[in-house]
Design a protein around this ligand. Sequence first.
Ligand code: CDP
Ligand code: MG
Length: 709
Amino acid sequence: KNRYYMPEEKRSKMPMEGGGEQGRWEEERLKTASLSFGAKKEREKGLKAEREKYQLILEEDEIINFVSSAQEQAALSQAEVQKQSIQEVRRSLPVFPYREDLLLAIQQHQILVIEGETGSGKTTQIPQFLMESGYNDGGMKIGCTQPRRVAAMSVAARVAQEVGVKLGNEVGYSIRFEDCTSERTVLKYMTDGIGLCLKVVVVIIDEAHERTLHTDILFGLIKDIARFRPDLKVLVASATLDTERFSCFFDDAPVFRIPGRRFPVDIFYTKAPEADYLEACVVSVLQIHVTQPPGDCLVFLTGQEEIETCCELLQERCRRLGSKISELLVLPIYANLPSDMQAKIFSPTPPGSRKVVVATNIAETSLTIDGIIYVIDPGFCKQKSYNARTGMESLIVTPCSRASANQRAGRAGRVAAGKCFRLYTAWAFKHEMEESTVPEIQRTNLGNVVLLLKSLGINDLIHFDFMDPPPHETLVLALEQLMAELPVDPMLSKMILASEQYKCSEEVLTIAAMLSVNNSIFYRPKDKVVHADNARQNFVVPGGDHMVLLNVYTQWLESGYSTQWCYENFIQFRSMKRARDVREQLEGLMDRIEVEVCSSGGDIVPIRKAVTAGYFYHTARLSKGGYKTVKHQQTVYVHPNSSLFEEQPRWLIYHELVFTTKEFMRQVIEIDSSWLLEVAPHYYKNKELEDSSSKKMPRKQGKAKEELG
Ligand code: CDP
Ligand code: MG
């Protein structure tokens, strides 16, 4: 079974320099196609040598035939990125020649859409242009919104370095519950809580093409604000996608195009679909490593677990091959990776070796890694979707959109001519992939959004000016659930408010903070799974996962918030630090809403009652073959990572429902059904809560190994 990469018939529709290589690829393809039998003698000889080279490292039936070309040699010399000074780098970016034109356009228009390839300098340069030309005179400020925390931090650090100031002084960032700015801050990169005060003179909505929830909300808000703040400049920065729509939404605002891509990227497809894309990635990386000229490689996978598996497989195969191949540096990158390890992907590749970065789509547009020449794209991503009726949020691996695929390919052409290997067929690209990704606002729980908008004084949400309105049902549900004035989910707010009545606000604040850092407390590296699981097991206490989280936090507090303690116990320090910040903020708010902070002194019943008061909507009852939600009779399962996985109590409250391989409840706590009548008599009737049998249910649920990652 031979696999081939086929050159794309038509080049990607993105504007590219170079090109004109169609003939060569056609010819190469013929050569590849005739590989099997009857080819000319000398060609066979060449192929035999080639095959022997492969056989050193790969089984014959795994070989994927790459085509080679003279152009690659030329690319190679360009690829040797010389050390340049920061100013030289700035001047070399595609946006640089357009500095004056751009400033003029900004001066002439209140709202401007700016379109440019990823890496052209929109995020790092445009705010500097604005500063250099005095937009911030008189204490005015420039804000740039970012969809991702990692990007906000790393971009702010980069810009501070370019400007030559300490991060947090003139240039800073502010992400949820973490503020790295001061009174001196002129330029602020931020993820949310836009704080659009009168001092803000320019707001840049960056990475607009990602259409994240916050970006979409901002669109509506800013459009409105711009009407009565004629002095406010609004820049909508986007990769080369969909910019007409932005322009249209902002009453035909002009689009400023930064011409951009510097090098062509050749795109290859597999001839047949790949059954196992992870394995295909591993093979492709190895093959690139042995047959292709120097240049780093970027692989797109969907999540931490896949990334770790891929890295492990690669390392294992490299170990076996030993000195048969040159050094291959395998580096993972995903949002939950500890920051010191994240930084590694940016360090230069030593001569004679090759770097392969295995990433989530964090590397699609938000992060730019220099030196990438090869991209491997299996064509998948993890996507959130939300069903308002059942309240189920799912995170499923789905094919990515054509727009995403093109973004990924573009990452190969930044420093030299590059190549993108798509592990799917040209047919699938054309017929099976969506044109672009559905905006997040149409597939998410809107609880927080509604809270945010309401807190900004926007009351008529049904008629809010959304670029793409969310489903009516989702919005209405969110409005129904709205009940408090805390910057957290409505149900979480209710839980906190109830903790006063049950005299356990001390504990509940901690639980709320831990819940809001969301599933990234425990660190579980692939190579230390046993240790990590043991460490986690040591935190288990009766009552359920909320109590476990409380226990983790309490022990950490007792360690003096120690980093070392986190390291030893496989706890993510960054997440804990965030939880601590959240907790402090919430505690500060208690005063405002007049909730007394006190402790239950070790009694876990009041704590669980407070959780029930907030999450009574999320009740599940043990029944045949699993659990059933009380309201919708939907079958759901305890997540294998839960402390209650074995125990299977009769009644549970879950924090969230997530569909991965099954409908899983994440973070569950055991309750007594009578509490439901106590906390939500308006919602539950006695009859609903009667136990249908008094017998203990058999333990049906098998340990779902695939979910243990
Ligand atoms: O926003 P856009 O994608 O247009 O480009 P950018 O993020 O401003 O990146 C411009 C240049 O800055 C790229 O060449 C990056 O390599 C560099 N950069 C960096 O070195 N470190 C960062 N954290 C961000 C950008
Ligand atoms: Mg950018």
